[in-house]
Design a binder for this molecule. Structure first.
Ligand code: ATP
Length: 300
């Protein structure tokens, strides 16, 4: 029996490692790879971010022509505004993020930053202007310092440490056996969801982009970690335009503008108070999530 289970266990762990490596690669490609049909126009100028206004003008998009996903979306985030996009699963929230990063081109309407159509500027300058903090930060099998500096390899150790401090992960790193040289990732130290997210925040802070795209983690962090992370995210948002793709309404209630997306259409917009007063989709989502929170607190 032992003879049989041992190799099986071993194979199981090899399989898990390979699968994880593929998942990591998949995420990396999601992040880095441009589909071949998105190309810079010949002689395209760089994007010039003046205030950081993000505008979706009647944006239409589908991953394939037979199935429209966004059906004429109008959204404007004023320079420096905090805008949140909420809505049920499959509404098209993440798709909006992908279009802003120009993974795909819109099939109708236009997407602009400070009045410049994203199709008219270089992708390189667009990607420099937008910092993405994804749901699950990809860690490379390298030191934690490298993982923070990734994207700005010329950053000095001082800059890396100051970003880590602002993301509240510096003390954690200093307590590791080899500090910033500690290996992380699949072959090194495994970080918790909250720690990984902080690495993502530090990485983005170092990049210092005028526009932020936050894809809120769906997996629940414990309340204290979540509060800490929200604080870091909030501090990072100072002076930048922030688009948050949100799942939990409690984390975005103080946004300047909340957009409710449903089946690829904007069905409500306003502040938290406006939307509660409208007593529509947002208000019922809020009531449902508040009840769930109260249940969870009772259970705790
Ligand atoms: P969730 O809250 O579950 O993350 P979402 O609002 O972010 O959902 P999207 O991920 O934008 O939704 O997906 C919108 C629709 O587009 C879904 O029906 C999804 O199946 C489809 N979709 C997403 N990505 C692709 C893709 N790469 N190819 C084809 N269809 C896709």
């Amino acid at each position: 029996m032992i003879q049989i289970t041992m190799p099986l266990n071993f194979l199981g762990s090899v399989y898990r490692e390979i699968r994880q490596a593929l998942v990591d690669m998949g995420e990396m490609f999601d992040l880095l790879e441009q589909p071949a049909d998105v190309q810079d126009k010949p002689g395209a100028p760089d994007l010039r971010v003046t205030g950081g206004e993000v505008r979706f003008r009647d944006v239409k998009f589908g991953y394939d022509a037979s199935r429209p996903i966004l059906k004429g979306v109008d959204i404007t985030a004023a320079p420096g505004a905090k805008l949140a996009i909420v809505g049920p699963s499959g509404a098209g929230k993440s798709t909006i993020g992908r279009l802003l990063f120009r993974f795909y081109d819109v099939t109708g309407g236009a997407l602009e930053i400070d009045g410049q159509d994203l199709r008219d500027v270089t992708q390189d300058s667009l990607h420099k202007a937008i910092g993405v903090v994804p749901q699950d930060t990809v860690l490379f099998n390298d030191s934690i310092g490298y993982n923070i500096a990734y994207g700005r390899p010329d950053a000095s150790q001082e800059e890396v440490e100051s970003a880590a401090r602002a993301a509240r992960i510096h003390d954690f790193i200093m307590a590791l056996p080899e500090g910033y040289d500690t290996a992380v990732g699949e072959r090194g130290l495994k970080l918790s969801g909250g720690e990984k997210q902080r690495v993502g925040i530090a990485r983005t802070l170092l990049k210092d982009p005028p526009i932020l795209l936050l894809d809120e983690a769906t997996s629940a962090l414990d309340t204290e970690t979540e509060r800490d992370i929200l604080e870091s995210l909030r501090a990072m948002g100072e002076g930048r335009t922030v688009l948050t793709i949100a799942h939990r309404l409690s984390t975005i209630a103080d946004s300047d503008l909340i957009v409710v997306l449903e089946a690829g259409e904007v069905v409500e917009t306003g502040t938290h108070d406006d939307l509660l007063a409208q007593n529509g989709r947002y208000a019922s989502m809020w009531a449902r999530q508040s009840a769930e929170r109260a249940d969870a607190e009772d259970a705790a």
